[in-house]
Design a protein around this ligand. Structure first.
Ligand SMILES: Nc1ncnc2c1ncn2[C@@H]1O[C@H](COP(=O)(O)OP(=O)(O)OP(=O)(O)O)[C@@H](O)[C@H]1O
Ligand SMILES: [Mg+2]
Length: 378
C-alpha cells in the first residue's frame, strides 16, 4: 500500500499541508511541538481506528479554527483510492471514501492499513496486559473485519453484566430478586458465545504471532535467544491447536463462568473472561515481563510490532504502511538498522528531531520539514 499525497488543514496545528510522498521512505523532521506527530496522527485517522494518542474527536480541530480537513490519496494492489475527512465545530463530521459518503470515520476501517509504532509501544511487553490485548485485537481486526464488532458487543455485555453484579451486591441486604439472577443467566449465555469466539480467534492469531515474532527475535539477538508467545486464557485451562469456535467451546466457557459466579457476585464484577486474558512472551522459557531485561523487553516489543506488519502483509497480500513516530531515536544503532532493513518493502513514514541519524541512508527517500504546522519538502 502506498500513500501518494496528502492535504491537511486545521487538524490540530497542521496548516495548508499539501505534499506528495515518496513511495518508499519519508523522513519527517522538525523541532519539538512543530506538528510531526500530528501529521502521523492525521494519516492514522484515515485508517478508521481511534487515535493512538487517544485524542478525542472534539480535539481534532485547531484551537483557533472552526473546521479541519484531511485528504489522502493512496493505492493498494488493486486500485487508486481517496479518503476525505472533514469536521466542523462542535462535532459535525463528513467522511468520503472514493467519493462515496460514509456514516463515520470507523466506516473507513479495513481500507487503508497502517502499523503505527510509537515510544509507548516499546512498553508493549513490559506494560499492562490491556495494552497487549488491544494489540491482538487491533491486529486481528485488520485481517478480519467482522472481529471488531464482536469485541464491541463483548464489551457491551461485559459492562451490562458488571452493572448487574454491582446492583446485586448493593441490594444483597434487601435480598436480590430472582429476576436479576435470570438476567444474569441471559448475559452469561451471550458472554460465553462471544467470549468463546474471541478466544478461538485470538488463540490462533497468537500461534501465528509466535512463529513470526520468534523468527524476528531470533534475528535481533543473532540466534542467541529464543522467543515464544502464548495465549493465556482465564477461562480455559488448556487450549489446543485444533480449537475452533463451536457450541461445545461456548458451553465450556459457560461452565467456567458459572463456576465463578459466586466469586463474581462477591466481587461485584466479572472475574474471568477474555477481558482478563494475557499475551505471554517467554524468552528462553522465562516470562520476559517478569524476568527480562529492559533491552529484552524492547526487542520483544519490536518483534511483536514487526510480526504484526508481516502477518498483515501475508494475509492481505499487500504490505501495510509503517508509521514510526519518534521510535528510532529510542533505539540503539543495531536495532535501528535492523528495523529499517526489515521494512524495506513497505512505505515508511518516520519522524525525528535530529535527521543526522539518516545521513547514511543510501536509498531513495524524501525528507520533509515540519515547522509551526507547515510541511515542506527539503
Ligand atoms: N487542537 C489543537 N489545535 C492547535 N494546536 C494543537 C492542538 N492539539 C495540539 N496542538 C499543538 O500541536 C503542536 C504540535 O504537536 P506534535 O505532537 O505534533 O509535535 P511534534 O512535532 O511531534 O513534537 P515532539 O518532537 O515533541 O514529539 C503542539 O504544540 C500542540 O500543543
Ligand atoms: Mg511527536
Amino acid at each position: 500500500m502506498i500513500i501518494n499525497s496528502m492535504q491537511a488543514d486545521g487538524y490540530k496545528n497542521l496548516e495548508g499541508v499539501n505534499v506528495n510522498f515518496n513511495p518508499r521512505l519519508n523522513i519527517i523532521c522538525g523541532e519539538n511541538a512543530q506538528g510531526k506527530t500530528n501529521l502521523i496522527e492525521a494519516i492514522w485517522l484515515c485508517t478508521g481506528v481511534k487515535s493512538f494518542r487517544r485524542t478525542v474527536s472534539k480535539d481534532y480541530i485547531a484551537f483557533d479554527k472552526q473546521k479541519m480537513q484531511v485528504r489522502l490519496e493512496f493505492k493498494d494492489s488493486f486500485r487508486q483510492q481517496e479518503i476525505k475527512f472533514s469536521m466542523e465545530k462542535p462535532n459535525e463530521k463528513t467522511v468520503f471514501l472514493n467519493g462515496i459518503k460514509q456514516e463515520g470515520l470507523n466506516r473507513l476501517f479495513g481500507n487503508l492499513n497502517c502499523v503505527v509504532f510509537t515510544p509507548e509501544d516499546l512498553e508493549l511487553s513490559k506494560g499492562t496486559p490491556d495494552k497487549r490485548r488491544d494489540f491482538i485485537d487491533l491486529s486481528v481486526s485488520q485481517i478480519k473485519n467482522s472481529y471488531k464488532s464482536v469485541c464491541l458487543r463483548y464489551e457491551q455485555v461485559l459492562s451490562q453484566r458488571n452493572f448487574l453484579l454491582k446492583n446485586i451486591l448493593k441490594g444483597k441486604k434487601n435480598k436480590s430478586n430472582s429476576k436479576q439472577f435470570k438476567q444474569l443467566d441471559v448475559w452469561d449465555i451471550q458472554m460465553a458465545q462471544l467470549g468463546a469466539y474471541i478466544t478461538a480467534i485470538r488463540y490462533h492469531f497468537v500461534r501465528k504471532l509466535s512463529i513470526y515474532a520468534g523468527r524476528i527475535y531470533n534475528e535481533i539477538t543473532a540466534g542467541r535467544e529464543n522467543l515464544s508467545i502464548f495465549y493465556r486464557s482465564t477461562v480455559f485451562e488448556n487450549l489446543s491447536e485444533n480449537v475452533s469456535y463451536n457450541n461445545a467451546l461456548a458451553n465450556e466457557y459457560l461452565k467456567s463462568l458459572s463456576s465463578k459466579r459466586n466469586a463474581d457476585l462477591k466481587a461485584g464484577f466479572t472475574t474471568i473472561g477474555v477481558h482478563r486474558d494475557e499475551l505471554e512472551a517467554r524468552v528462553d522459557g522465562r516470562v520476559c515481563r517478569e524476568y527480562g531485561s529492559q533491552g529484552q523487553n524492547r526487542s520483544v516489543a519490536l518483534a511483536l510490532k514487526l510480526a504484526q506488519a508481516y502477518i498483515l502483509t501475508d494475509e492481505k497480500e499487500d504490505a501495510p504502511i509503517i508509521l514510526l513516530d519518534d521510535v528510532l531515536s529510542e533505539l540503539d544503532h543495531t536495532r535501528r538498522q535492523y528495523i529499517l532493513s526489515k521494512i524495506k518493502n513497505m512505505q515508511v513514514f518516520l519522524t525525528c528531531c535530529d535527521d543526522r541519524m539518516f545521513e547514511t541512508v543510501q536509498e531513495n527517500f524524501k525528507k520533509f520539514k515540519v515547522e509551526g504546522g507547515k510541511v515542506s519538502e527539503v
